[in-house]
Write a protein that binds this ligand. Structure first.
Ligand SMILES: [Zn+2]
Ligand SMILES: [Zn+2]
Length: 387
């Protein structure tokens, strides 16, 4: 058992870093200033193996333990902000109107820096730690690109771990579960092809509005009538575009939406059945469809052994009563999923206290959570890589 008090010393440094990052948010791959800040700090901790410019602005830095040979584990933080106008009114509010850290990635970056400082000083572990700072999490592609650019093999990373804050969860608490923890995210576009004509002579047209309306209602039944009530699947229509005038029935209508699922078979089912149902309805009315389905992010899947390691690391820090190891999976998504597809690992959630929700303009990362995040990383390294 180690106490979070060990990491209180780092809290004032980490708070200053976090607030600096909060004031200077950057989007997607364009996190140049953030990446320079991270690189400078890592170098100042005496870490000399730092590789920048991976996936444009991503960074991987290696800290070698003092306990001899062993495997390398990856710890990942995300660095990007969101295109939101901040309303938190904090003294450290964003200096760039229309851009803010509304997902706490400023806090995640500061926590991994805090852990880096501690681990570089103490090196009380065997093997090595690879610190992964990624761009473009919100864009959903940064983690995938870092994997595609070969970080797992290049740095010999055998296991990878992630962490995200949770508004509404008490500071000092952790939550995690085995298996699927976040949903897969997909998008679809449906073009309903009818035949346009005069609104006064509908019998000479194939009205795409009528077909689109039937399709939208039909899609509601895929979850309610065709999937197991105990499984999780969400199909939402989020865009509908058609028509230009009062007296014209247009030739086509466009429907778009998203699908979120926790199991691969439900994802396959949604892709197959949205197309089949829409086509069946359109044909029944004398029309047709064009269908495009894009798989954006996979299910975030926590591997069994690494989830147990993460649970133990959190318990060692805050005690068993503060770690919920049966957290309910969430239907949002996270690009860390790509790292978990590449290597076994686990993502854990920690409390951000009673703050505004993620992606809300009033959100702010809670600096009281910093020592817990830093402590978790250190505890994890010293658990997994015990000399
Ligand atoms: Zn986010
Ligand atoms: Zn986030």
């Amino acid at each position: 058992m180690r106490s979070v008090e060990t990491f209180r010393d780092l809290q004032s440094d980490a708070t200053a870093w976090r607030r600096y990052l909060h004031q200077n948010p950057e989007l997607d791959y364009r996190v140049h200033n953030t990446a320079s800040f991270v690189t400078e700090k890592l170098a100042s901790f005496g870490i000399n193996h730092i590789e920048a410019g991976i996936a444009e602005t991503g960074i991987v830095a290696l800290i070698q333990g003092g306990g001899g040979d062993g495997p390398t584990i990856g710890l990942r933080a995300d660095m990007d902000a969101l295109p939101i106008l901040e309303t938190s009114n904090k003294p450290w509010s964003s200096k760039t109107p229309g851009m803010m850290h509304a997902c706490g990635h400023d806090g995640h970056t500061a926590m991994l820096l805090g852990a880096a400082k501690y681990l570089a000083e103490t090196r009380n572990f065997k093997g090595s730690v690879a610190l992964i700072f990624q761009p473009a999490e919100e864009d959903g592609r940064g983690a995938q690109r870092m994997v595609q650019e070969g970080i797992m093999d290049r740095f010999g990373i055998s296991r990878v771990f992630g962490m995200h804050n949770t508004p509404g969860m008490e500071v000092g608490k952790f939550g995690i579960c085995h298996g699927p923890v976040l949903a897969a995210l997909d998008e679809f576009d449906l073009v309903v092809k009818g035949r346009g004509g005069h609104a006064a002579r509908p019998h000479e047209t194939v009205d795409p509005f009528v077909i689109a309306a039937q399709i939208i209602l039909g899609l509601q039944t895929l979850v309610s009538r065709n999937t197991d009530p105990l499984d999780s699947l969400v199909i939402s229509v989020t865009k509908l575009n058609a028509g230009m005038a009062y007296n014209i029935i247009p030739g086509q209508a466009e429907i778009s939406g998203t699908v979120r699922s926790l199991l691969p078979r439900l994802r396959d089912f949604a892709e197959r059945q949205i197309a089949a149902l829409a086509q069946g309805i359109a044909h029944g009315f004398g029309g047709d469809i064009e269908f495009k389905y894009r798989r954006l992010e996979p299910v975030t899947f926590n591997h069994a052994e690494e989830t147990n390691l993460a649970i133990n690391a959190a318990r060692n820090l805050v005690g068993p009563a503060s770690v919920n190891d049966k957290m309910r999976p969430r239907i949002s998504s996270e690009d860390f999923a790509y790292m978990l597809e590449a290597k076994p690992g686990a993502i854990i959630y920690f409390g951000n206290g009673p703050t505004a929700a993620l992606h809300n303009p009033a959100y702010d990362f809670n600096d009281e959570a910093l020592p817990y995040g830093i402590g978790y990383w250190v505890s994890l390294v010293e658990t997994v890589l015990a000399p």
